[in-house]
Ligand binder design. Structure first.
Ligand code: HEC
Ligand code: HEC
Length: 356
C-alpha cells in the first residue's frame, strides 16, 4: 500500500514538473524508508558471497553506472549488458534494456538480488543477515516495517530508488548556451531525436530498433556467454545455445519484428554514463552522434525514421552541446550515499541461546 502510494506520488510530481519530491512531515515514514534503502544499497551483504553491493555496479559518481561497456557480474560470471543509469528510474514505465519488467521497482529489485549472475542471493539468507545487524533492527522499526524482512528490504530499496531524481541540469534551469539552444532545436526538428527521446526524461520508454551493432565480447568471453545463455534460456528463447545476437525486446513479445529493439534510454546525466547503448559499443557521445548522422546502424528491422542526416560539423557540435546540457549535478552527495562505515557490529553474546 505504502509503496503504491509512493509511486503514485512520483507520478503526480512528474506530471507537475521535473522536481524532487517535496519533503514534508507526512513523508517521515517515507524518508525513514529511503534512509534504510540507502544503507541497503551500499551493503555488500546483500549478495551471496558478500562481494557485491548494488553500488558496486551502480556508482553514485557515475550517475549510478559503472563506466564499463559491459557490466560486472557475480563472482565467476560477467554480464552481457551495460549498467543503466538509475537517474529518475522510479518514473520509467518499464525496466531493463529489453523492457522485460513492466510491473514495478520492487520486482526489479528482487531480480537484481536473486539473479544468479547478479547478486545470487537467497532471500532467506538475506533476512537472517539483516536480522543480525542491530542498526537494521532499529532502522526497519523506524521505517514502520517491523522486524527486518525481505519484503521490507525490497520496499525500502524501491523507495530509495525513487529519490534518485535529476537536479540542476541547464535544460531545467534555463542556463542554456546559444549552441545548446540551436542543438535543442535540431533535436526536436530536423534531426528527429524527439520522436523517441520525448518528455522530461527524454524517453518514450518504448523499444525501437536503431541498428546498434552487437558487442562480440559477449560471445568471445565464456563468462559473459554463460550469463547470456542463462538469461536467454530463462526467457524461453529458441536455440539459446546457438544464438549470437542480443534478442532485445523479443524476449518479452516473442514477435519477430521486435528482434534487436531496445528501450529508449533516458538522455539525462549522459555526461556521467559513458560508454553508451545496451552493450556499451560507443565510447563517447561524438560516436553516438556520428552513428545517428549515418542514419543509425545496418539492420533490416531498423526504425524507418532513422535516415542519414548530413549534419555539418557545427550542427554536430550544437547537438553535443544540447546533450551536455541535459546532465545535472553529480549524485555523489549525502542524499544519495551512505557515508557511515557502520556495517560491522559486535556479535550477540551467547547467540545460540538468544531468542530469534
Ligand atoms: C553486478 C552488477 C549489478 C548489481 C550488483 C546490481 N545491478 Fe542493477 N543492473 C545491472 C545491469 C547490467 C542492469 C541492466 C540489465 C538488463 O538490461 O538486462 C541493471 C538494471 C537495474 C535497474 C533497471 C534500470 C532501468 O532503467 O531499466 C534497476 C532499478 C537496478 N538495476 C537497481 C539495482 C539495485 C537496487 C541493486 C541492488 C539490490 C542492483 N541494481 C544491483 C547491474 C547490476
Ligand atoms: C527511433 C527512435 C530513436 C530516435 C529517432 C533516436 N533515438 Fe537515440 N536511442 C534510441 C534507442 C532505442 C536507444 C538505445 C539503443 C540500444 O541500447 O541499443 C538510443 C540511444 C541513444 C543514446 C545513448 C544513451 C545511453 O545512455 O546509452 C543517445 C546519446 C541517443 N540515443 C541520442 C539520440 C540523438 C541525439 C538522436 C537524434 C539524432 C536520437 N537519439 C534519435 C531511440 C532513438
Amino acid at each position: 500500500m505504502v509503496l503504491s502510494r509512493t509511486i503514485l506520488g512520483l507520478i503526480i510530481v512528474s506530471v507537475v514538473g521535473f522536481a524532487a519530491q517535496p519533503g514534508s512531515a507526512a513523508n517521515d515514514a517515507t524518508s525513514a524508508r529511503a534512509e534504510l534503502g540507502k544503507r541497503l544499497f551500499y551493503d555488500e551483504r546483500l549478495s551471496g558471497d558478500v562481494n557485491f553491493a548494488c553500488a558496486t555496479c551502480h556508482q553514485p559518481d557515475k550517475a549510478f553506472t559503472d563506466g564499463k561497456a559491459l557490466s560486472a557480474a557475480y563472482t565467476g560470471a560477467a554480464h552481457f549488458r551495460n549498467t543503466p543509469t538509475l537517474a529518475n528510474v522510479g518514473r520509467r514505465a518499464a525496466w531493463m534494456h529489453d523492457g522485460r519488467l513492466g510491473t514495478n521497482l520492487n520486482d526489479v529489485v528482487r531480480g537484481m538480488i536473486t539473479e544468479t549472475y547478479l547478486m545470487n542471493m537467497d532471500m532467506r539468507l538475506m533476512q537472517e543477515r539483516l536480522k543480525q545487524d542491530p542498526v537494521y533492527v532499529k532502522m526497519f522499526r523506524a521505517a514502520g516495517l517491523g522486524e527486518p524482512s525481505n519484503g521490507g528490504a525490497r520496499n525500502a530499496l524501491a523507495v530509495f530508488l525513487g529519490t534518485i531524481v535529476s537536479r540542476g541540469a541547464p535544460v531545467d534551469t534555463g542556463a542554456l548556451s546559444a549552441a545548446a539552444r540551436r542543438g535543442h532545436a535540431l533535436f526536436q526538428g530536423r534531426a528527429g531525436c524527439a520522436a523517441c527521446h520525448s518528455g522530461a526524461r527524454f524517453t518514450d520508454d518504448k523499444p525501437h530498433n536503431t541498428g546498434v551493432p552487437d558487442n562480440p565480447e559477449i560471445w568471445a568471453d565464456p563468462r559473459r556467454h554463460s550469463a547470456f545463455v542463462t538469461y536467454a534460456k530463462f526467457m524461453g528463447i529458441e536455440n539459446y545455445m546457438g544464438l549470437r545476437e542480443d534478442p532485445g525486446a523479443y524476449v518479452r513479445t516473442h514477435r519477430p519484428e521486435t528482434r534487436r529493439s531496445f528501450l529508449t534510454p533516458t538522455l539525462r546525466e549522459l555526461k556521467w554514463t559513458a560508454p553508451y547503448m545496451h552493450n556499451g559499443v560507443f565510447r563517447s557521445l561524438e560516436e553516438v552522434v556520428d552513428f545517428y548522422d549515418a542514419g543509425g546502424g545496418d539492420d533490416p528491422l531498423k526504425d524507418p525514421r532513422l535516415k542519414p542526416l548530413e549534419l555539418t560539423a557545427e550542427e554536430k557540435a550544437d547537438l553535443l552541446a544540447f546533450l551536455d546540457a541535459v546532465s545535472g549535478e553529480t549524485f555523489d552527495a549525502d542524499a544519495f550515499v551512505w557515508r557511515a562505515d557502520d556495517y560491522d557490529y559486535a556479535p550477540v553474546p551467547n547467540w545460540r541461546k538468544a531468542p530469534n
